[in-house]
Design a protein around this ligand. Structure first.
Ligand SMILES: C[S@@+](CC[C@H](N)C(=O)[O-])C[C@H]1O[C@@H](n2cnc3c(N)ncnc32)[C@H](O)[C@@H]1O
Length: 286
C-alpha cells in the first residue's frame, strides 16, 4: 500500500530568516540541466517549520532552476523532489513513487470490461496476491470470485486463475475481464461451502467473501460461509499452500482461520473509512 518513498539527499534545518538551508553543490550534484522536475512538501505533525509550503516550494524551485537550468514539469516521468518537515529539520528527498501503483490505479474496476460494485480494486487485489506470494504458474483460487478483481490481478502476475461464484452473471463478467487481459482460467458456477475441486488442486487461495451490502450471500450468514470455505482449505491446497483472505473486524477472521487448522503468518489492518477497517489474514497450511 506504500504510495511513495524517497532517498534522502540532504538533511538540514529551516532557518527563521532564510527559509531553506540547502547548498547549490547538493542540488548541482543530482539534478541535470536537461531534466525536468517538480516539488512536493510533506509536513509531519511533528514539524515546527514556520513557513507555508508554497513559500518553500517557490524558494527551492528557484534554487534548482538557478543552479541546474532544469525546467518545471508535472509529467509522471519528471524528477520529483520531496521536502519532508520533521521537528526543526527539513529532509530533501529524491522521491521514488511506485511505478506499479500508477499502473494499478489506471485499472480501476470501472475501467474493466465488465463492472460490478462488489469488485475488488486492483491495488488491494495486488497487495493480497503479493501477501500470498503469488508467482507465475501458481494456481490461485478465489472461491467468491465475483467479477474477478482478484483473479485479474493474479492472472496479470502470470498465475493460473480459478474462480467459483454462485452468481452466473458475475462469472460471465469475470470471464470477460480475464479475456480482456488475455487470460482464460477456470471459472465454476458453484457454492464455496462445497468447493468442487480435487485434493491439492490449487496452490493459493486469495479471496474476499461477501460481507458488505453490495454482494449477496443468498441468505447465508457471511461468517458461516467463510467458516465452511476455510474448513475445506487444507484439503484443496497443495503442500505449502497459502491463503490470503480479507474481511471486516466483526467477522473475527483470525479466529476462524486458526480454528480451520491454518497457521497465521500475518494479520494486516487496512483502514478504509470511519466505519470500515479491512482485515487481511495471511496463513499457510500447518
Ligand atoms: C465481495 S464479492 C467478491 C469480489 C471478488 N472476490 C473480486 O475480486 O472482485 C463476493 C462474491 O461472493 C459471491 N458469493 C456469495 N455467496 C457465495 C457462495 N456461497 N459461494 C460462492 N460465491 C458466493 C457473491 O456472488 C459475490 O460475487
Amino acid at each position: 500500500m506504500l504510495k511513495e518513498a524517497g532517498t534522502i539527499v540532504h538533511r538540514g534545518y529551516t532557518d527563521q530568516d532564510n527559509g531553506l538551508d540547502i547548498s547549490d553543490d547538493i542540488l548541482c550534484s543530482w539534478i541535470r540541466s536537461d531534466s525536468k522536475f517538480h516539488i512536493r512538501t510533506l509536513h509531519l505533525p511533528t514539524s515546527t517549520c514556520p513557513y507555508e509550503p508554497q513559500v518553500l516550494i517557490r524558494q527551492l524551485g528557484r534554487m534548482v532552476q538557478h543552479v541546474s537550468g532544469a525546467e518545471v514539469s508535472f509529467d509522471y516521468e519528471s524528477t520529483r523532489l520531496l521536502l519532508v518537515f520533521h521537528e526543526s529539520q527539513v529532509l530533501l528527498c529524491r522521491s521514488k513513487r511506485s511505478d506499479l501503483r500508477h499502473v494499478l490505479m489506471v485499472k480501476t474496476p470501472r475501467r474493466r470490461k465488465f463492472f460490478h460494485p462488489s469488485m475488488m480494486n486492483s491495488v488491494l487485489a495486488r497487495v493480497m496476491c503479493n501477501l500470498a506470494r503469488i508467482r507465475p504458474g501458481v494456481r490461485v483460487l478465489d472461491p467468491f470470485c465475483g467479477a474477478g478483481g482478484i483473479l485479474c490481478e493474479a492472472a496479470s502476475i502470470g498465475a493460473v486463475p480459478i474462480g467459483i461464484d454462485l452468481n452466473w452473471r458475475l462469472l460471465r463478467g469475470a470471464q470477460a475481464n480475464l479475456a480482456d487481459i488475455g487470460s482464460t482460467g477456470l471459472l465454476i458456477k458453484g457454492d464455496a461451502q462445497h468447493i468442487p475441486l480435487t485434493l491439492g488442486a490449487c496452490d493459493a487461495v486469495v479471496t474476499d467473501p461477501p460481507y458488505g451490502k453490495v454482494s449477496s450471500t443468498r441468505g447465508s450468514k457471511s461468517r458461516n460461509l467463510v467458516w465452511a470455505m476455510l474448513s475445506q482449505t487444507q484439503d484443496i491446497l497443495s503442500d505449502h499452500g497459502t491463503i490470503c483472505i480479507c474481511g471486516n473486524k466483526p467477522m473475527g477472521l483470525p479466529t476462524l482461520v486458526e480454528r480451520a487448522g491454518l497457521h497465521i503468518c500475518r494479520v494486516v489492518e487496512v483502514p478504509v473509512h470511519k466505519q470500515l477497517t479491512r482485515i487481511l489474514v495471511v496463513a499457510t497450511c500447518a
